[in-house]
Design a protein around this ligand. Structure first.
Ligand SMILES: [Fe+2]
Length: 265
């Protein structure tokens, strides 16, 4: 039973101080909630309270909600392939500098015909919108609106790869693999807390290994992550099959208030 602690937390909402450590140790919560590890109990208590008051399922503040989501969507490659080829070819012809080179081709333009607006992609766009709604909740952004602000296609031939980059200022980035056969390479993320881990014991033989996470990718994998996360791809090793990825940028914004009340003194 947690009834005995409720008043404290209502006070907290009004801006009073947090309960002290002694409050917790002196019976501010009941015995059945005291677990062997007192620190765990302390943390879980705050987590419970915030969950109850703010209706979230994370810690005091969701400092570390999941950063990377891996979903699956059944793309119809047979239908999409001619559209993708045409889009990439037209982009290369119109903007050879943007189009890429002989190992990687990008279809990125600002003409308003982003691939996510194709009728053949409507189902996928709905799928992404639903996923973003859930991810926003975990990041305390449920009140915000979101839009898919741009999207582009990348075709990697043998040896093709993307250098390290992020998607700032977009809030979330999506990378979907429309085509990625077995062994098609990896998407590698850099630990966003890298600069804060200067005192962590890193292996001297390869410290970078601790700060990166490699994610295998296959056809129909959909990865969603914050736009601030640095990432890159390993070279596509397969000369018999292209790797085709579909990237989308998601922007989240808080809605403007309807009216502003101006007061004259
Ligand atoms: Fe990217």
């Amino acid at each position: 039973m947690r009834n005995t602690i409720d008043p404290q937390y209502y006070e907290l909402e009004k801006g009073s101080s947090w309960p002290s450590w002694n409050d917790f140790l002196n019976g501010a919560y009941t015995d059945d909630e005291i677990v062997n590890n007192e620190l765990d109990s302390f943390v879980s208590r705050y987590a419970y309270t915030v969950h109850k008051e703010l209706d979230i399922d994370n810690h005091i503040f969701p400092l570390f909600p999941p950063l990377l989501y891996k979903l699956h969507y059944p793309f119809n490659y047979k239908i999409l392939k001619p559209l993708i080829d045409a889009k990439i070819n037209s982009c290369i012809q119109n903007s050879p500098n943007v189009g890429g080179n002989n190992i990687i081709s990008m279809a990125f333009d600002h003409s308003g015909t982003y691939p996510h607006t194709w009728p053949e992609m409507h189902g996928f766009a709905r799928f992404i919108n639903q996923a973003i709604e859930e991810i926003k909740q975990k990041n305390l952004m449920s009140e915000s609106t979101h839009t898919i602000s741009s999207s582009w296609l990348v075709k990697s031939n043998e040896g093709g790869f993307a250098t390290e980059h992020n998607h700032v200022p977009c809030t979330f980035a999506v990378v979907a693999y429309i085509r990625a056969s077995e062994g098609a390479g990896k998407l590698v993320f850099r630990d966003p807390l890298e600069y804060h881990k200067g005192n962590y014991p890193l292996p001297s033989y390869f410290p970078e290994k601790m700060l990166r996470r490699e994610v295998e990718v296959r056809t129909n994998d959909v990865l969603i992550f914050p736009g601030f996360m640095y990432h890159y791809t390993t070279p596509h090793p397969n000369k018999n099959d292209d790797r085709i990825s579909f990237a989308l940028n998601i922007h989240c914004d808080m809605p403007e208030p309807d009216t502003y009340h101006l007061h004259e003194d």
